[in-house]
Design a protein around this ligand. Structure first.
Ligand SMILES: [Zn+2]
Length: 281
C-alpha cells in the first residue's frame, strides 16, 4: 500500500528501528525492492532521483501502481529535489514525499525555500524531507567530510521554522565511494537527537559507511538510511561472477544483477531492525 514517508518514519522513531531508502533506476530495481520488502514484511521507502528517468511522471506512475498493490507500506520519495522545477515535477508525478535540498544555500535561504515547499506539499498530503548542514561527495571526503556538519541547535530551529517532516543531517557520511575512512560524529548525532526531539532524522551516503557505523547510527536516532552506490555495486559484482562461466545464459544477466542488489538490501533490512515492522490497515 502507498503511504507517506512521515507515517513510516514516525513509527520507526517510536519503535527504535531504521528504514532503508534504496535508490531505484528501473522497473527491475523497483520490483526487486518491493519483492524484498514483502518477503521481509518491512515498510519501505523508495528513493527516486529526478534525473534518473527521462519520463519521471510515467516512472513514478509505474512505481505507484506496484507499491499500491503491495502488501507492505511503501512511500515514494523524490530524492534531492534541487530546484523549484524538480519539486513541481515531483508533485505532478505523484510522489508521496519530496526532499527539498537547499543544503548548499545559506541558512535563511534554505529556511525560506523549504518552508514554501512544505506549505505546498502539506496542502496536498505530501511529506517533506529537507537537509541542514551539507552531505558532500565521498570522492572529496577529506574536505566535504569535515565541513558543513549539522549544528544541533540550528537543526531544532530549522524544524520549527519550516515544519519539515524529517531532516537529513550531516554527521560525517558522504555520497558515493569514500576516499579514505568515514568518521561519524556520534557525539554530534546525540546532541541533534536531543535538540530535535520527535522529528525523524535521515542519513544520506549510507554506502560504504560500514555496518558498525550504520547500526550504531540507527540505534542512536537515525530513522532513514539512503542507499544507492553499494546496492548497484553488489549487483555488478554478482553479474560479473555470473559471467565468469563462458556459457552463461544471456537471459539471466539482469536477474543476476538483481540478485546482488536484493541480497545487499536484505542485509541492511536485517541490520536496521526493519524486518517484520510492516503494518496493515
Ligand atoms: Zn543524498
Amino acid at each position: 500500500m502507498l503511504v507517506t514517508m512521515a507515517e513510516i518514519l514516525k513509527r520507526a522513531r517510536e519503535g527504535g528501528y531504521g528504514v532503508t531508502a534504496p535508490n531505484v533506476q528501473s522497473e527491475d530495481t523497483v520490483r526487486a525492492v518491493i519483492r524484498v520488502a514483502e518477503e521481509r514484511k518491512a515498510p519501505m521507502i523508495i528513493d527516486v532521483n529526478a534525473f534518473i528517468h527521462p519520463d519521471l511522471p510515467w516512472f513514478v506512475h509505474m512505481i505507484r501502481e506496484l507499491a499500491g498493490s503491495s502488501s507492505v507500506p511503501i512511500a515514494v520519495n523524490l530524492d534531492h529535489g534541487r530546484s523549484y522545477e524538480d519539486v513541481m515535477l515531483g508533485i505532478r508525478s505523484g510522489f508521496t514525499s519530496i526532499m527539498v535540498d537547499r543544503s548548499g544555500m545559506p541558512y535563511e535561504d534554505n529556511v525560506r525555500e523549504t518552508k514554501e515547499v512544505v506549505r505546498m506539499c502539506h496542502t496536498l498530503g505530501i511529506s517533506v524531507e529537507a537537509e541542514l548542514g551539507h552531505v558532500g561527495q565521498g570522492t572529496n571526503y577529506e574536505v566535504d567530510g569535515i565541513r558543513n556538519l549539522t549544528e544541533p541547535e540550528e537543526a531544532a530551529r530549522f524544524i520549527k521554522e519550516t515544519g519539515v517532516d524529517c531532516l537529513a543531517v550531516a554527521i560525517g557520511t558522504a555520497h558515493g565511494r569514500y576516499k579514505g575512512k568515514p568518521h561519524i560524529d556520534f557525539a554530534r548525532l546525540a546532541k541533534i537527537v536531543e535538540a530535535c526531539k520527535d522529528t525523524p532524522l535521515v542519513l544520506h551516503g549510507g554506502s560504504g559507511t560500514g555496518d558498525e557505523n550504520l547500526a550504531r547510527a540507527v540505534r542512536n536516532g537515525i530513522q532513514k538510511v539512503n542507499l544507492a552506490t553499494e546496492l548497484v555495486v553488489a549487483g555488478k559484482e554478482e553479474l560479473e561472477s555470473f559471467m565468469q562461466d563462458p556459457n552463461f545464459d544471456k537471459w539471466k544477466l539482469i536477474p543476476a544483477f538483481i540478485k546482488g542488489y536484493e541480497d545487499r538490501l536484505t542485509h541492511y533490512i536485517k541490520l536496521f531492525g526493519q524486518e517484520g515492522r510492516a503494518w496493515t490497515v
